[in-house]
Design a protein around this ligand. Structure first.
Ligand code: ATP
Ligand code: RIB
Length: 291
């Protein structure tokens, strides 16, 4: 069944720096690379590379056809990427020697997605399909409502964190994916511990410590430790994890196995410089796992 991914599309301008600059500091970068990114595009590429039929719902400006072309080349269905009267989104990313990053986002066209765009895409959706989204585009809350009404399984990655958006979509979700910081922010804004959230499955990614699956219905916690690797760039690790996880669930894999596959894909991702362009494919992840 297809994954409908309402997702941001960015040009990622990545600068390698000796350290993350602080306020007021001027710092020379050691290199600069431009690639395809955006949390949404990264998730679509990850899902497609994990062998799922992935339909991207997004927007680009007149300067962004290269990004839609690249998504198509990576196996993503791009028929619902619309051209709008705004510049394509971009991100300025600084990556330090430890692989940590700082991201400055220009949303641009990503904020021009309206309900008409969503309705056109959802005309193709069937009950049981997945709807995936995050916080880098407009239309997320409306999309979740429409998806829920049509019986899609709704998965939300709460990044970048926006307390009001999360609170509005919580009742519409089947699965919530968030990192440790976002989990703390959600606790602070709602007063609810992750285990008390009204969502069937909650997955908290813990960086090099792995990922934790909380299932309040079963009353269980399941920790997936991360594979030991030498990270060079953690940008897009969470997106790779989420795209792989949803793709594996879409193929009917049990949750524990899907989490393990997603964790290995993300571990491989942090050993590479870049974002969408370097997300590993299934063959590479299987090779890492020993065939
Ligand atoms: P980002 O915003 O950088 O994409 P994130 O903060 O959303 O990432 P993280 O929790 O940092 O998400 O990482 C997501 C997943 O990637 C982790 O659950 C883990 O599986 C994998 N991962 C991240 N960092 C490492 C690491 N150093 N070693 C191995 N795996 C890692
Ligand atoms: O999660 C990484 C992504 O965040 C980058 O690709 C960048 O475009 C920003 O959206």
């Amino acid at each position: 069944m297809p994954i409908f991914n309402l997702g941001s599309i960015n040009a990622d301008l990545t600068y390698r720096v000796p350290h993350i600059p602080s306020a007021g500091e001027t710092l020379a970068a050691q290199s600069r690379v431009q690639g395809l990114g955006g949390k949404g595009a990264n998730m679509s590429v990850a899902a497609a590379r994990a062998a799922a039929r992935t339909i991207h719902i997004g927007a680009i400006g007149a300067d962004g056809q290269w990004a839609a072309d690249r998504l198509f080349e990576y196996g993503v269905d791009t028929r619902h990427i619309f051209s709008v009267d705004a510049p394509t989104g971009h991100a300025v990313i600084a990556v330090d020697k430890m692989g940590e990053n700082m991201i400055l986002l220009f949303p641009g066209a990503n904020q021009a997605i309206g309900t008409a765009h969503l309705a056109t895409a959802f005309a193709e959706a069937r009950a049981g399909d997945f709807f995936l989204f995050q916080n880098e585009t407009s239309g997320g809350i409306e999309g979740a409502r429409m998806a829920r009404a049509q019986g899609l399984r709704v998965v939300y990655a709460a990044a970048p964190f926006d307390a009001s958006a999360v609170e509005q979509v919580l009742p519409l979700l089947d699965m919530l994916v968030l990192n440790e910081v976002e989990a703390r922010q959600l606790h602070a804004s709602t007063g609810l511990e992750p285990r008390a959230l009204p969502v069937q499955d909650v997955v908290i990614t813990l960086g090099s410590k792995g990922a934790l699956w909380l299932n309040p219905r079963l009353g269980t916690d399941h920790l997936v430790p991360a594979r030991k690797v030498d990270p060079v760039d953690t940008t897009g690790a969470g997106d790779t994890f989420t795209g792989y996880l949803v793709a594996a669930l879409d193929r009917g894999m049990p949750m524990e196995q899907a989490l393990s596959l997603a964790s290995d894909a993300a571990a491989l991702m942090v050993t590479r410089h870049g974002t969408a362009d370097v997300i590993p494919d299934l063959a590479e992840v299987h090779a890492l796992r020993g065939g």
